[in-house]
Write a protein that binds this ligand. Structure first.
Ligand code: COA
Length: 382
């Protein structure tokens, strides 16, 4: 008996392919809606915390007060880095790009986790918690190391955002700064089958392990067409240099058919709902921190882009206003994408666990366009 497989369809960039099912986040790109487990992102950004949002994504329900307390304690209980990690951080060249450092350090965490290759659901959840809890220490302390400062250990009395900022800056953050980072962590936590999540899923679908999947995802997030866009936006603002230069700069860029970073999205053809909230938030934060100029430039870029390409469905995405937000918090520009890592671990781990609950190897095909039936020419005759 012969089996006939369905003929594969060519779909460049997989833009029209639904590769699996998920109950985590839902995106309506035409209307500009994003929900985590059915709850609008705007309501979460206004009312939730990062820890509560992670619980929602992983357990598919909002926690009770007791459940949230227990979940937060679980995360804080895993803040401490395995002791050998401190020497590994010291071993990273001080001039390494932070995304290379984070990818390497997250991968190294597996070396000290006895459960690294335990494929059970329970072990995968514990690894997810460890990844979420420890990555902020890796990022903050790599930054301290490259600036010649002593390491600071995470503080269990603080939530993820505050503990990170306390390690990074050597002092407790103000409530405004901690809230700003927490909001960014909520907004970036999950986004369907984005490129990094999908890359991580390819890895986990081979029955590799959670650390390998998250390391794969970090490498994918790094690119400027994905998570790297927030840093590119800040460099763009720097390069433009002043509000009066915005219009000629952006129009010249568009004339050269170059993309303006922080605009456009594969799925959203309406305003990215994460950018809607962040825009208002970034404005307030920029005013409070004396960075109005940056916000005004961003707003002017948005106006010009709206006139020029708004009709094509090109609007600001989450990265556009997160650049001003992170800058106002005082983060170095090359730490913007690592902030995305800290948050999106929630999505990567959740999707990997979902994938494993009904796994099938992810393995698409390519359309072969090379020659056939070529002779093998001996090397001496070529
Ligand atoms: C995100 C992105 C990769 C989506 O790409 P995509 O779905 O493959 O869309 P395309 O690149 O095919 O763009 C479709 C059209 O919009 C234009 N466009 C898309 N993004 C644009 C941008 N940021 N600036 C100017 N024009 C843009 C394209 O030039 C193209 O125009 P055309 O039809 O006249 O050729 C793309 O919008 C982009 O590169 N944005 C900048 C990087 C960024 O901010 N990434 C973060 C995403 S959260």
């Amino acid at each position: 008996m012969t089996t006939t497989a369905a003929k594969p369809r060519f779909d460049k960039g997989l833009a029209n392919t639904i590769a699996s099912e998920s109950a985590m986040s839902w995106i309506d790109g035409q209307e500009g809606v994003l929900e985590y487990v059915g709850i609008d992102i705007d309501a979460l950004a206004r009312n939730s915390t990062f820890e509560e949002t992670v619980f929602l994504l992983w357990r598919r329900k909002l926690p009770t007060a007791g459940e949230l307390e227990a979940f937060s304690a679980l995360i804080r209980g895993e803040y401490a880095l395995p002791e050998p990690m401190w020497d590994i951080i010291r071993g990273v060249p001080a001039d390494a790009g932070p995304m290379h450092a984070v990818r390497t350090l997250v991968s190294a965490l597996a070396l000290f986790d006895p459960e690294a290759d335990d494929p059970s659901l329970e072990a995968n959840e514990r690894k997810g918690i460890r990844l979420l809890a420890r990555t902020p220490s890796l990022i903050a302390n790599f930054d301290r190391h490259r600036n010649g400062r002593d390491f600071i250990k995470p503080d269990k009395s603080l939530d993820v955002a505050s503990s990170f900022l306390a390690m990074l800056n050597g002092e407790r953050p103000t409530e405004t700064m901690a809230k700003a980072l927490d909001v960014c962590l909520i907004l970036h936590a999950d986004h369907g089958f984005n490129a990094s999540t999908f890359a991580g899923l390819v890895t986990i679908s081979t029955l590799s392990d959670m650390y390998s999947a998250v390391t794969t995802a970090i490498g994918t997030l790094k690119g400027p067409l994905h998570g790297g866009a927030n840093e590119a936006v800040m460099h763009l603002l720097d390069e433009i240099g002043g509000i009066d230069k915005v219009e000629p700069f952006i129009r010249a860029k568009l004339d050269r058919k170059e993309k303006v970073m922080g605009f456009g999205h594969r799925v959203y053809k309406a305003y990215d709902p994460r950018a809607t909230y962040l825009k208002t938030f970034a404005k307030k934060l920029a005013e409070d921190t004396g960075n109005q100029g940056l916000y005004e430039m961003s707003n002017r870029i948005e106006q010009i882009m709206h006139e020029a390409v708004g009709s094509k469905g090109i609007h600001p995405n989450v990265d556009f206003y997160s650049a001003t937000t992170y800058y106002s918090i005082g983060l170095a520009i090359d730490l913007f994408t690592p902030m995305f890592v800290m948050s999106r671990i929630a999505g990567w781990v959740g999707h990997c666990i979902e994938q494993l609950s009904d796994n099938r190897l992810i393995r698409p095909r390519c359309e072969y366009i090379g020659p056939h039936q070529q002779p093998y020419v001996p090397i001496a005759d070529r």
